[in-house]
Unconditional design. Structure first.
Length: 58
């Protein structure tokens, strides 16, 4: 994955997280929503790590 594709994927995941949080109820959050948020946040962290490695290769 090149830098431009990586940035686009990061923006897509961030948009998905924002959309999910807009639907987030004040009470009684469904476990599936919590699981989806956790998965998106893990993927975002993984992509950001990749982005950092591309920017600063060892």
């Amino acid at each position: 994955m090149n830098s431009a594709e990586l940035k686009a994927e990061i923006r897509r995941i961030e948009a998905e997280i924002a959309a999910l949080k807009k639907r987030w109820p004040a009470h009684s959050v469904k476990p599936s929503m919590v699981e989806q948020l956790e998965e998106l946040e893990e993927e975002l962290a993984r992509l950001r790590k990749m982005e950092g490695e591309l920017a600063y290769p060892s």
